[in-house]
Design a protein around this ligand. Sequence first.
Ligand SMILES: Cc1cc2nc3c(=O)[nH]c(=O)nc-3n(C[C@H](O)[C@H](O)[C@H](O)COP(=O)(O)OP(=O)(O)OC[C@H]3O[C@@H](n4cnc5c(N)ncnc54)[C@H](O)[C@@H]3O)c2cc1C
Length: 577
Amino acid sequence: MAQEREVDLLVAGAGPAGMTAALVASLQGLSVLICEKSHQVGGTGSTSAGTLWIPGNHQSKRAGFDDSAAKAEEYLDALIGSAAKRELRTAYLQTGPAAIDYLESNSEVKFAPCGRHPDYRSNIKGAAVSGRAIIPQPFDGRLLGADFTRLRPPIPEYMLFGGMMIGKADIPALVGRFRSLANFSYAARLLARYAGDRLRYPRGTRLMMGNALAARLFYSLKQHGVEILFKAPIAAVAAQNGRVVGATIETADGEIHVNAAKGVVLATGGYGHNKTYRDAFMPRPVPVHSMASEFNQGDGIAIGERLGARIAPEESGHSGLWTPASVTTRAGGGKGLYPHLLLDRAKPGLIAVNARGERFVNEAVSYHDFVEAMFAANAKASSNTSSCIPCYLICDARFIKKYGLGVVYPGAGNLRRLLQAGYLKRGNTLETLAAAFGIDAAGLRQTVERHNGFARIGIDADFGKGETELNRFNGDPSHEPNPCIGALATAPYYGLEIWPADIAVSTGLSTDAHARVLDNDRQPIPGLYACGNDMASIMCGAYPGPGTTLGPGVVFAYRAAMHAAGKAPLEEAINGD
Ligand SMILES: Cc1cc2nc3c(=O)[nH]c(=O)nc-3n(C[C@H](O)[C@H](O)[C@H](O)COP(=O)(O)OP(=O)(O)OC[C@H]3O[C@@H](n4cnc5c(N)ncnc54)[C@H](O)[C@@H]3O)c2cc1C
């Protein structure tokens, strides 16, 4: 006999989007149940950098950073065009700051301004250099008690010593730990805390970035008594007279039929690990790597599709939100992926080349734009000899010691294991390095010589590396004349193979501004909501700035929950203030 449950709202998926929807609905007085496919909360969000792009947010304003939703609207119109999904973007801009304040005022979900963190197309009108991005405040995982193990950990590539999280702000003190007493004692405090943690916990409990976001949402849900069923995937929704009134959940003890008077929120994280959807939606060659949680198998999208929902690849334009990734070999065996988001590509003395050894992109563009350039150059490639998938990041000995490369940390202490594992390749000359990758040696030498000429004058005549705020932000400000261009001249030379990987997907269920799923006639399916990566991205395949997926994920989860509760979402007029 299947079990029966009665709630107001059922939320499928305990990532940032699902947990936000559940928390807001609970705060609005609804009885809420979350069903989660894995044994942990957090999803991909737990492993993310945790940044939210919230134009006009009050946290940044209070810290003295000037921004407005009106400027962001101008930027988005220029970047995406005003034809597709503008109504949703308007709702997003109107609600973003208020939704964040609502969470801060009513729960333990708290944020801090990122300060300077340029938009990814910082040369387009309306782009901001600072004030738009916020990050979750660090969280003490010990507060979760025994439920700490219910929180999905970050990827090993993001942790030091097998379990210690560090934030961007920690890096200067850790790298420069022997340069000043203040740095040394800061680094010593971090290590002491971590050592203490490891006596009692499987990993460090000083949680940062996306792990802090997931932990804060989870902690708040616990405080409000919201129940989460683990290992309990949603399998199907039940509809009566066209209205979604509940769902079937699968568990090891059999099915549970949930009657959900106010509806069902699909927040199962998109289709990152669904081969059929990848083949249908993604560019060619279909990328083989995904950084999404392995549990994200397109279940929400499939459920919507079975109900006649509109899937929006044609509106999205592009189907994924990308990062260049290197394939790591993990200490205990197995493969991982390292996302080359911001630490190495923009630094002076690194180039990205294709199989001919030629550059094809400004290496310092955003991770998303870098991969879009891989696809574009690969599509134009006349043969395998000029293909860009994979491409290669190339640097010299001085660079790798100073800045690191992928999972090679600055200081370059861990090269031997990575060379042996084949993650990193080395050549005493550019020619031997090219041979190690099977790329054109003469082409690589020619490219490096031309690039070294650019380094001398500080101008990249081919791709303009170092010309935008974003480029320079991730470059090395102490390097002159251009913080992003330096010569590759000190043997040995090093390189990595780079593949496209999705950190999020853009194609999903079409919704209205209340996150209600639309059918093929663009009418809402009553009682069915989608948010996070199950909802088609409002950015139509563009990646305007840091936090492009978590920002809308949280804001539309808030809007979905408010709608289900029969309340108007808090909104602010879009003006220039
Ligand atoms: C390295 C990295 C860094 C990133 N940094 C950022 C960043 O700084 N800012 C940003 O905006 N984005 C970032 N992203 C992307 C971001 O993490 C995702 O877009 C975001 O987590 C999506 O949230 P979600 O709630 O939709 O899905 P998820 O976080 O993946 O959560 C989905 C949940 O649904 C569960 N689930 C799946 N199927 C079912 C089912 N049938 N029933 C019930 N539950 C189910 C999953 O187990 C999972 O727990 C990053 C991603 C990566 C990989």
